[in-house]
Ligand binder design. Structure first.
Ligand code: 5AD
Ligand code: SF4
Length: 545
């Protein structure tokens, strides 16, 4: 393999790249980081895959549907390569890691595969492919490969210190146009939970927690570059813990860690107070917990307007986190708490490590600390052996929890998971579909009530984009788009429908002008639908613009 520095293309022939992302927010962030690396090296990104010199698919293995979509794209590129054999096709992310070189045997048009733990190597892999004669690229023996294979379940913090991948997050570019006011920041990679249905521990490897100083610094830099909202990412964010004593080096350099030496004579930082309140003596622990991390970011980056985090694991969700949320006005009142099932028997087979009683207790505690919190969940229906009684228990749980919304999935057996080996996929598809529809109908009813309760309130909204409805009108130049109206608080503007999210992650549509995107506005809610609120802008928050 060649040196990554050698991957710099000449300016005369800046290759064009098309990249498409499948799956979760973690993949969205990974794509941004890969894109940043390639842009820094001179690659130019375009939206038309048929014109690109390099086509990259950042794939997801969580459900079969996402995999099938990516594979159909791979097939299309196979056809394109008949006309343009020089095109480079790369499959990166979870599918690449799970299928390995088998994938290149089945789809010889693939020139490179790269797992989520090796993404810093993408430029070098592309460069290697480009240096190879198109006739000799791809296939089982010629594809460029960077996978972690079985090496990736290493110890957590030590691995973080040594992890080259950390450099990828550290070296991210801070381009205000790229983020449109909102950015993801990874706090933990991988997962140690091994839910029996889930492929993530196999594809993303062991949990590795990033040093808190790196995370705080990244948030600070993002805010300096115009970011208004940061979303912290991890498969189980609330289990974040950074052991300063175990951290050693990055590239041979000792990493100074704020908080690793506690001076008891100086006033306690809020992070330390959080620890004390949680019953841990400040001097006895060199761990930074998730609650402390939240408090640090909130307090040390005061210009950050909104801090949110996904996704949580319901076990061991301490009151310390809820206390920090309650005491930190710029932390969003939103919890994504995947429950997966309302049946203890299913939860046990899924290896979730908690019972329904504990989950309900967490919901009660969250609402006691944060009366205005909105909670969302994930459900899997039709897991092996699920009976009507188990399904009824999930119905009951939905009624009890009154989520703002629920992502409901039919169980999809995934190669590489414990469930596919241990259990027969014995719930027929029509039963899965019926249960899915029943849960959806109930949840739409509950979501409708949750949203209706907001009518008449004034809510803070982070403005994300032009609504799909307005975008279609603008693209098609249909009548009704872009009319000129006085909003009262500003000069007449071109008005279009915008969408954004409240602190509790409720979607809001309202009329405004596109310059509001990326800022926080106050919207008076006038009507509601099951998944959307509709309102009128009252005020643009001064500090956000
Ligand atoms: N089948 C169906 N849904 C799944 N999820 C994860 N693995 C599977 C699977 N094999 C769902 C879970 C998880 C969400 C990200 O995807 O609900 O919380
Ligand atoms: Fe998958 Fe469970 Fe880890 Fe979530 S907690 S990523 S569902 S193994």
């Amino acid at each position: 393999m060649t040196d990554p520095a050698a991957a710099i293309p000449t300016a005369a022939a800046a290759p064009t790249v098309y990249i498409e992302t499948f799956g979760c927010q973690m993949n969205v962030l990974d794509t941004q980081l890969v894109r940043g690396q390639l842009q820094a090296l001179g690659y130019r990104f375009i939206d038309d895959w048929k014109q690109a010199d390099v086509i990259l698919y950042n794939t997801c293995s969580v459900r079969e549907q996402a995999e099938n979509k990516a594979l159909s794209r791979v097939g299309e590129v196979g056809m394109l390569k008949k006309e343009r054999p020089g095109v480079v096709l790369g499959v990166i992310g979870c599918m690449a890691e799970r299928d390995g070189v088998d994938m290149t045997r089945r789809h010889p048009q693939i020139d490179l595969i790269c797992g989520p733990g090796e993404l810093d190597k993408v430029p070098m892999l592309i460069d290697n492919v480009m240096k190879t004669d198109p006739k000799r690229r791809g296939g089982k023996f010629n594809a460029q490969v960077a996978l972690q294979g079985n090496m990736h379940r290493r110890s957590s913090t030590l691995a973080a210190a040594e992890d080259q991948l950390e450099m990828l997050d550290l070296s991210r570019s801070f381009d205000p146009d790229e983020h449109k006011g909102s950015a993801y920041v990874r706090i933990t990679r991988g997962c140690n939970k091994f839910c029996t249905y889930c492929v993530v521990p196999m594809t993303r490897g062991a949990e590795v927690h990033r040093p808190p100083d790196h995370i705080v610094e990244e948030c600070r830099k993002l805010v300096e570059s115009g970011v208004v909202e940061v979303t912290l990412l991890g498969q189980t964010v609330n289990h974040y813990h950074y052991d300063h004593a175990a951290a050693v080096t990055i590239n041979g350099l000792q990493q100074p860690q704020v908080g690793s030496v506690v001076n008891l004579s100086s006033p306690l930082s809020r992070g330390e107070k959080v620890r004390e309140r949680a019953g841990v003596r400040a001097s006895s622990s060199s761990i930074t917990s998730f609650a402390e991390l939240l408090a640090r970011i909130h307090d040390e980056v005061p210009a950050l307007r909104r801090l949110r985090f996904v996704t949580n694991f319901p076990r061991d969700f301490g009151d310390d986190i809820l206390q920090v949320m309650r005491d930190s006005p710029r932390i969003c009142r939103y919890l994504h708490l995947p429950v997966q099932s309302g049946s203890n028997r299913m939860l046990k087979l899924m290896n979730r490590g908690y019972e329904v009683r504990e989950y309900r207790d967490l919901i009660d505690r969250a609402r006691a600390f944060l009366p205005d919190v909105q909670i969302a969940t994930d459900i899997i229906c039709g897991f092996p052996t699920e009976t009507e009684e188990d399904h009824a228990a999930t119905v009951e749980l939905l009624k009890y929890c009154r989520f703002k919304n629920a992502f409901i999935f039919k169980y999809s057996p995934r190669p590489g998971t414990a469930a596919i080996d241990r259990f027969e996929d014995d719930v027929p598809d029509d039963v899965k579909r019926r249960r899915n529809n029943e849960l959806l109908a109930l949840q739409i009813d509950i979501s409708g009530q949750v949203h209706a309760a907001c009518v008449g309130q004034t809510v803070r909204v982070f403005v994300e984009s032009i609504s799909e409805h307005s975008q279609r009108e603008l693209d098609g130049g249909l009548p009704g788009s872009g009319s000129t109206v006085s909003l009262g608080w500003q000069k007449p503007q071109r008005v279009t429908q915008l969408t954004g999210r409240t602190d509790g992650d409720l979607i809001v549509c309202f009329d405004g002008d596109a310059s509001m995107i990326g800022s926080i506005v106050e919207v008076k809610i006038e009507r509601s639908a099951p998944l959307t609120l509709f309102g009128r802008v009252e005020q643009v928050s001064a500090a956000s613009r």
